[in-house]
Design a protein around this ligand. Structure first.
Ligand code: PLP
Length: 384
């Protein structure tokens, strides 16, 4: 059975070009970049090349602002740790109620430790009211953290405006750009963002590599303390092959983004319109005006999301209900709850997330089988 992979916000396939680029660092070029001998030391310049490629995708002023980490989660934790460790007199963190657990849980941990944490709510379309962030910022604020794009709904937040608001008040601003990087333009020359996180496996590089951008001049305290790697900003022998891979993935994203955005948006819109036209009582969740090109989150009234996923799985179709990291629990996702989506619809919400490799044939196939799946489940449902 062919796999129809429409779960790219959970993880993406490694691009063949990325795999080719990383291969030599798993075979002949396996030395330690910190070694004094040429065999190891020659590897270091490939890390520096990757740093430049990542800096280019993000529009960073200088490659030295790029720190390689093990994942988006580590990057987020590092930003939180560093902001609080370097501003000892400030104890407050402001974030949103719809962040990924990789921000929500560090924030909740700080609250348990006695820090003040404000979770800014969203409206029914998943949008933020910027005046609420403005009101929450005060002299005790050590960090504001807002995601660029939501992993469940694809809703894009106006982080450039929030960055300016934070800069005016002298407050560091962290952006979790894990879902935005490679899908929509990011230009750190235009937006005064202090910290920004990305993750390799969301942009066709492998799992286990991430990036934290730290604007030049920002006081910094490492989260992983050890050797002098990454200019003593992140201890641990570098994951060279994966660092090279994320660099290559960023380079590919730069050259293909415009074309891919058009292609992926067209496919996503066809899928979405097809579903809404054919399947009664189906609804889009989130602001469709400000949304990633690849994501749609659709609620099916009176059906369980997990049941839809299981039946789609029988046809080889991969999607998600809620966030991949929280599936396995039957509670409606915290994002759906924060948006005030009615329980019956939140429960039946499915996220389809496409990629550059998605095809018209795949969309046709989903549109062919999904109406029958929903109908079958509604016939079985006591509340249909
Ligand atoms: N932030 C967002 C918005 C995400 O979607 C994810 C993963 O789903 C992460 C952070 C965590 O990234 P990683 O899996 O690299 O730790």
């Amino acid at each position: 059975m062919k796999t129809i992979y429409l779960d790219n916000n959970a993880t993406t396939s490694v691009a063949p070009e990325v795999f080719e680029a990383m291969k030599p660092f798993l075979t002949e070029l396996w030395g330690n970049p910190s070694s004094m001998h040429t065999f190891g030391g020659q590897v270091a310049r490939h890390i520096e090349r990757a740093r430049e490629q990542v800096a280019d995708l993000l529009g960073a002023e200088n490659p030295s602002e790029i720190i390689f980490t093990s994942c988006g989660t580590e990057s987020n934790n590092t930003a939180f740790h560093s902001a609080l460790a370097t501003a000892r007199d400030k104890h407050k963190v402001i974030t949103t109620s719809v962040e990924h657990p990789a921000v929500l849980n560090p924030a909740k941990q700080l609250a348990v430790q006695g820090r003040e944490v404000a979770f800014i709510p969203v409206d029914g379309m998943g949008r933020l009211d910027l005046s609420e962030i403005e009101r929450a910022i005060d002299g005790r604020t050590a960090l504001v953290s807002v995601m660029w794009a939501n992993n469940e709904t694809g809703v894009v937040f106006p982080v450039e405006r929030i960055a300016e608001m934070c800069e005016e008040r002298g407050v560091p601003f962290h952006v979790d750009a894990v879902q935005a990087a490679g899908k929509i333009p990011i230009d750190l020359k235009k937006a005064p963002i202090t910290f920004l996180s990305i993750s390799g496996h969301k942009l066709h590089a492998p799992k286990g590599v991430g990036v934290l951008y730290v604007r030049r001049g920002t006081p910094f305290s490492p989260f992983i303390v050890g050797g002098h790697q990454e200019h003593s900003r992140r201890g641990g022998t570098e994951n060279v092959a994966s660092i090279v891979a994320i660099g290559k993935a960023c380079e590919m994203a730069i050259s293909r983004m415009d074309e891919e955005r058009v292609k992926v948006t067209k496919l996503r819109d066809r899928l979405e319109k097809g579903i809404l036209d054919i399947i009664p009582r189906s609804f889009i969740h989130g602001d469709t005006q400000h949304r990633l090109p690849n994501t749609t989150n659709i609620g099916f009234e009176a059906v369980e999301g997990e049941a839809i996923l299981l039946l789609m799985n029988e046809y080889g179709i991969c999607a998600s209900s809620g966030s991949a990291c929280t599936s396995g629990s039957l509670d409606p996702s915290h994002v759906m709850i924060a948006m005030g989506i009615p329980f019956t619809r939140a429960h039946g919400s499915i996220r389809f997330s496409l990629s550059r490799y998605s095809t018209d044939e795949e969309i046709d196939f989903v549109l062919k089988v999904l109406p029958g799946i929903i109908q079958r489940l509604r016939e079985l449902s006591p509340v249909s």
